[in-house]
Ligand binder design. Sequence first.
Ligand SMILES: Nc1ncnc2c1ncn2[C@@H]1O[C@H](COP(=O)(O)OP(=O)(O)OP(=O)(O)O)[C@@H](O)[C@H]1O
Ligand SMILES: [Mg+2]
Length: 240
Amino acid sequence: MIRLENVSKKFEINGKENTVIKDINLSIYKREIFGLVGETGSGKSTILRLMNGFIKPDDGNIYLMGEKLNRKTRHQLVKDTSMIFQGFNLLSNLNVIDNVLLPTKIRKGSKKENINRAKELLSFVGLEDFHQSTIRTLSGGQKQRVAIARTLITNPKIIFCDEPTSALDDKMSFEILRLLKDINEKFGTTIVIVSHDISVIKALCNRVAIIENGRIEDIISLKTKEIKPVSYKEALLGDD
Ligand SMILES: Nc1ncnc2c1ncn2[C@@H]1O[C@H](COP(=O)(O)OP(=O)(O)OP(=O)(O)O)[C@@H](O)[C@H]1O
Ligand SMILES: [Mg+2]
């Protein structure tokens, strides 16, 4: 589904060229939930931005859905991907449903069908009563669910998530993780998630790459666990 072949990326920092991604080889399979963990500054977000075509590698090749990402294919391939951020990236001057409809404004399609689909997706993410709400009246978890509904309206084959639960408390995080898992199971969407939170990675991912100083230090397969909410008390007293 996603393949990185000898990918390197340099940035100019204070007038000096710095190679931040160093000769990475990685294959992520269809329907997989793949994690990227590592210390701050190790290159996780940069790898995600390379995969979703935001930035170009200096060396190596990237393949999405079996096709090489280049100037000619980028537009078409990137249309089948979507991104979720820590900060939600919603437009606060639009209400909930208009935020979800935003990606349809630049695509063809019937307005009525789009509105029906947006409503369906808002129900799917548990926000059926919030269509007309303004963004600032929502909790963090609700905002992230709006962002997820907006992501789904384009039927992405791949969803990239950069620290999607970092701004949320444990209960909200659990709800978002459950939702991502449901999306993966229901729509067969491939998910790549960056998180510094090991419990998030362990709850969600089939495999995870440990990134160290721009390199893949190791790739580990994980047993999927049932995602269940844990109370503060259980979390404090449990040994996991
Ligand atoms: N646009 C840019 N210009 C210059 N340097 C950059 C740019 N983007 C990233 N870097 C540098 O690349 C390195 C990797 O950054 P990246 O954001 O990928 O790390 P990260 O693993 O996502 O960190 P964090 O966990 O803090 O989000 C850092 O040293 C960063 O300063
Ligand atoms: Mg980052």
